[in-house]
Design a protein around this ligand. Structure first.
Ligand SMILES: N/C(=N\CCC[C@H](N)C(=O)O)N[C@@H](CC(=O)O)C(=O)O
Length: 549
């Protein structure tokens, strides 16, 4: 019992679970990471992922920055497996920002001289310039972006660079860089969300009064204003932006100065670096600072939800663009063709959304199973995050492009509206209103309208075509005013509850969104009516009727 207790008390917090495998070439067990799903990619050829990247090069082996206790150099296979430079060079800007803040703080705290700080800052500027000019040589033997930059700085400015890593580990450095990167990525995604919201609101403004069939279970349900549906997308996107903003607020705390895991005895000022880098505050617990990747999970899951929303829009628009629906015509500029079928015009991008959704949902789930080691995810969180941001911004941009390049086929939609008894629920509501005087419960009115629909089916007509006599045979409650409730336009007019598809409610929603997104309605180039009519005409000529709908 005693020995158990003392052994657990003595258990140190291991960073990188340093079980000794061999003192020589395999000293870091990240090489046997259980994240086997990523293993394949680790053996793929090195690739460049930074837009202005220089090629990654394998150079003759040099002594590692940690070389002191090593006798042998690492093998090529281990080096290749553990490198992250092939993708983490994307963090160069944030790494340089972090190093500059750190060097400035070290100087203010008297840990390095001001002249050393100046050499470091100048050197880092030069390195940034070289990276952006494509002149910087990324080296795989320097493992990652952090050591590439530090080693290059040493090559450039000599001794002062060797002081930069004072009171810093790659563990807090990586996380500082990555939190800064995620923060920027969130800002970029939110700006793409706003762009799409603006495109959707403009599309709504350009299609005032257009009623479309609303579907549930892909069956005709109730008539809705197109504007109402488009604003539903806008609302969803707003919550997506909100989720990212929440995530941003939670991740905006600074790990720098947590060092490897335990902090430092050197007199650093973590508040200074945190403030210089625009963080809210330094993270309070050094172990938490270097060990948790919850912010990555949160970020990736927020991105997955955006992908779900965009795929839903895509699914709807693919249907609408089909010959069977024919509700929208995407312009050529947002369509692709077929290599064999000359007549085809494909809304291709939406089909890719399905794949992107799957990719985004899959990438972050495995993380949650692998939280055993403080640092296990240190590399494995980056590639999915980089991919996710690329995919999600691409999806948002394509969606905005599409929204700006589609035309609604009014005639076709209007011809399609009478089918499906979209006004049946409004008719049931009519009876409920009348019930105030006649005492008909909703269930009974539902039944009466159901029987009215059955009568229409037998007569092959619409509800509004039934005579008052026919209706009175089903219920004496029906009166002449019933016709004000029938037909899709009348039905939409009757919606009045808060948030409903009624004209006034939707107009209010639209005004709110136009104001929020700063859309000047008078400046908008509204749809050219002549052009629309032309389009309608050409559509009508090709119209094959509504039988399939
Ligand atoms: N090896 C290590 N972290 C690897 C992180 C670097 C990796 N290339 C990355 O960028 O994620 N941490 C060391 C500390 C350090 O290198 O500063 C440890 O905890 O033993």
């Amino acid at each position: 019992m005693e020995s158990l207790r003392s052994s657990s008390l003595q258990t140190p917090f291991f960073s990188s679970q340093s079980t000794v495998l061999s003192n020589k070439s395999v000293s870091n067990p990240r090489t046997i990471s259980p994240l086997m799903h990523r293993v394949k990619s680790r053996f793929e050829p090195l690739r460049c992922t930074t837009s202005h990247s220089s090629e990654t090069e394998a150079k003759p082996k040099e002594t590692k920055l940690w070389g002191g206790r090593f006798e042998d150099s690492v093998t090529d296979i281990v080096e290749k497996f553990t490198e992250s430079i092939s993708f983490d060079k994307q963090l160069y800007k944030h790494d340089i920002m972090g190093s500059k803040a750190h060097a400035s703080m070290l100087a203010e705290q008297g840990l390095i001289s001001f002249s050393d700080r100046d050499s470091i800052l100048k050197g880092l500027d030069e390195i940034e310039r070289r990276i952006e000019a494509g002149e910087f040589v990324w080296r795989t033997d320097r493992e990652d972006v952090h050591m590439n930059i530090e080693a290059a700085l040493t090559d450039l400015v000599g001794e002062p660079a060797k002081k930069l890593h004072t009171a810093r580990s790659r563990n807090d450095q990586v996380l500082t860089d990555f939190r800064l990167w995620c923060r920027d990525a969130i800002d970029r995604i939110i700006s793409s969300i706003r762009h799409l919201q603006v495109a959707l609101v403009k599309l709504a403004l350009n299609n005032e009064g257009l009623i479309i069939p609303g579907y549930t279970h892909l069956q005709r349900a109730q008539p809705v204003l197109l504007q109402h549906l488009l604003l539903a997308y806008v609302e969803q996107l707003d919550r997506d932006a909100g989720r990212l903003l929440d995530c941003r607020a939670r991740l905006n705390f600074c790990p720098l100065g947590a060092c490897a895991l335990a902090g430092t005895g050197l007199p650093i000022d973590r508040f200074m670096t945190s403030e210089a880098l625009g963080f809210t505050a330094p993270m309070r617990n050094s172990i938490d600072a270097v060990s948790d990747r919850d912010f990555v999970l949160e970020f990736l899951s927020a991105n997955s939800i955006i992908a779900v929303h965009l795929s839903r829009i895509g699914e709807e628009w693919v249907l609408w663009a089909s010959e069977e629906f024919g509700f929208i015509t995407p312009s050529d500029s947002v369509s692709t063709g077929s290599s064999i079928m000359p007549q085809k015009k494909n809304p291709d991008q939406w089909n890719l959304f399905e794949e992107s959704l799957l990719e985004l949902s899959e990438t972050w789930l495995p993380f949650s199973h692998c939280a055993k080691d403080f640092l296990l995810l240190i590399i494995e969180d980056k590639e999915p995050s980089f991919d996710s941001v690329k995919t999600i911004t691409g999806m948002l941009e394509v969606s905005a492009e599409f929204a700006q390049n589609i035309t609604f086929n009014y005639k076709r939609i209007q011809k399609a509206l009478p089918a499906g008894y979209l006004d049946a629920t409004t008719l049931a509501d009519y009876l409920v209103k009348k019930a105030r005087y006649f005492g008909i419960p909703f269930r009974t009115s539902h039944d009466i309208v159901g029987r009215s629909v059955a009568l229409c089916v037998s007569k092959n007509c619409q509800l509004q075509d039934l005579s008052l006599e026919d209706m009175r045979n089903l219920s004496p409650v029906f009166d002449n005013d019933v016709y004000e409730f029938l037909g899709v336009e009348n039905a939409v007019k009757k919606f009045s509850s808060y948030g409903s598809t009624g004209f006034a409610c939707v107009a209010d929603q639209l005004d709110d969104w136009a104001a929020k997104l700063e859309i000047n309605k008078s400046d908008m180039s509204l749809i050219d009516v002549a052009e629309t009519n032309e389009l309608l005409q050409s559509f009508e000529n090709n119209d094959h009727g509504l039988e399939g709908i």
